[in-house]
Design a protein around this ligand. Structure first.
Ligand code: CMX
Length: 133
């Protein structure tokens, strides 16, 4: 892993939480982006080298809607930057981690992304991401 790239937080309302996190962090979000394929609307805050990604569900079958229904708002995933993502996926699969897809897919912030199942990572949903070139 190259670095912790961002921390994803599941929220019920991006509008409400954007205000809350702006107050907490002392600066506003710098962008909002919808990822249709994931059923999410996201906003980003910069804190040093790390980003905080707030995630709001855009439809009931979104992973974020299910997460909030089951566990409430809160820490959703940790995203690590990797390069190249395919090599890291093979390495981790060989080491016994369960990947949630065979190939990386488009995520927010111009990234190719893939997730590891939280049951194989001590209950923490882990995302691998790589800048799309
Ligand atoms: N962190 C930790 N555990 C989680 C979790 C999360 N974010 N989401 C679900 N789980 C746990 C559940 O609590 C549940 O645990 P128990 O069996 O102990 O109750 C278990 O995983 C299975 O969860 P589930 O509610 O039955 O949900 P699903 O199996 O339908 O899906 C998961 C779980 C992780 C496979 C699914 O959410 C997924 O594929 N996530 C990856 C995609 C994603 O999260 N997209 C949104 C973000 C997109 C972006 O960042 O752009």
């Amino acid at each position: 892993m190259k670095k912790l790239e961002h921390i994803g937080i599941a929220v019920k309302s991006l509008d409400v939480s954007n205000k809350l996190f702006a107050k907490l962090l002392g600066k506003p979000h710098y962008k909002i982006e919808e990822v249709e394929s994931e059923g999410v609307r996201t906003s980003f805050f910069a804190v040093g080298d790390i980003k905080i990604e707030l995630l709001e569900a855009t439809r009931p079958d979104s992973a974020i809607a299910k997460y909030i229904e089951k566990r409430g708002e809160g820490l959703h995933h940790l995203a690590f930057e990797v390069d190249p993502i395919e090599t890291k996926m093979s390495e981790l699969a060989e080491s016994g981690f369960k990947l949630l897809a065979d190939e990386p897919k488009p995520g927010a912030d111009n990234k190719a992304i893939v997730f590891l199942h939280p049951k194989t990572t001590n209950g923490v949903l882990v995302e691998l991401c790589q800048e799309r070139r």
